[in-house]
Design a protein around this ligand. Sequence first.
Ligand code: LLP
Length: 435
Amino acid sequence: MWSSSVKIGAELSIAGITAKQLAKDFGTPSFFIDEADFRARALAWNEALQQSFGPHAGTVYYAAKAFICTEVARWIKDVGIGIDVCTGGELAVALAGGIEPAKIELHGNNKSVAEIEKAIASGVGIIVIDSLYEIQTVATIAARANKVQRVLLRLTPGVEAHTHESIATAHEDVKFGFSIASGAAWDAIAAVNTHSSLELRGFHAHIGSQIFGYESFELSAGRLIGLLARYRDEFKKELPELDLGGGYGIAYLPGDVAVAPAEVMHALSVAVTNNCTLHGLKIPNISIEPGRAIVGPTMFTLYEVGTVKDVTLENGMHRRYISVDGGMSDNIRPSLYGAEYTTILANRISSAAHTSSRLVGKHCETGDIIIREIDLPEDIVPGDLLAVPATGAYGRSMASNYNHVPRPSVVAVKDGKARVIVRRESIEDLLALDI
Ligand code: LLP
């Protein structure tokens, strides 16, 4: 839930700096990212992939959509893993951070011509093709550039991952990719093979996000390998790569148990080996795309309390509304997916009794709730600081300017030093777009 250098004592600190000091120096709300923890998690996924798959380990592509900025792209480059980008914007940040184009993989179910042109001109390692239209477009643009572009086909293996409906991606009724069951995948394979400017390297599937247990991943891998076998039977050669996507679950609440990299990679390596043995296939290179599992636990959001109000409910119960200086503009996940978070008082220790509270934001909307129900010390007052852990993934990256609230800064903390890596938006930034 918390990153490794967070300490919760008399007050919360990260990499040796107290929450009070951080609030004073950088203001609230802000996201604080534990740089050492980010690097360690990226390395841990890479190590788990290497150890479980040995010579068949492909690439860990960090899913930029979870959170990216130029500095974090530099960390990815330093760590030496790859990156999955799904728009021209994410591609631009990856390149600005100096990531080697060969380590970039381009996704997207509706890539624009400009995005594909930019990706091919930059020399991205892999384009994951999502539709029949795109096969033609990528082939034409690659041919015009005199290149042979390596591609994977994004497949929907028909796996119902157990997660929120909006973030499950590999059942039949989704916008992404080619269905294996309906035969669309086979049509796509045939279409790709008609283009000499495309080199089909293998298949990709991403079954969804915030997934626990390994069964869905194993099932998905098994179905992709079944198709690799069919490909071998038909074309008398084997495709060398499988990308099994991301989606590994993390802890948001006390008691949640995150998916452990070594364990899930081991389970996947067993599933891949067994399925390849069954079909008499060589083991392909296996790549993965964790986003949340790398960045999620590395950040917390620090808010300042602005108002406290008590209400008595119809059943006689009492609820306290604690309003902070951010809300649904910096964390849309509770409203969008019913996501649950926890929080702690970060600037002092309280021995007061706890009272049933609801943590809400500053937006003009009743649904602007960060935590629906939580017991918090009853002496919390305006000016207190609250820290919400595990906001690294899909927090700042999904932030909006709703109500013209400027988006918060992101501050990197390491070895007792803190520095802004994404500055807070200003009112001038907001006005700058208006004509
Ligand atoms: N690869 C592909 C092709 C993806 O579409 C995604 C996430 C990932 C990898 C990374 O998944 P992760 O390891 O981060 O779970 N906004 C939602 C999550 C949407 C995920 C979209 N795709 C949320 O806040 O829960």
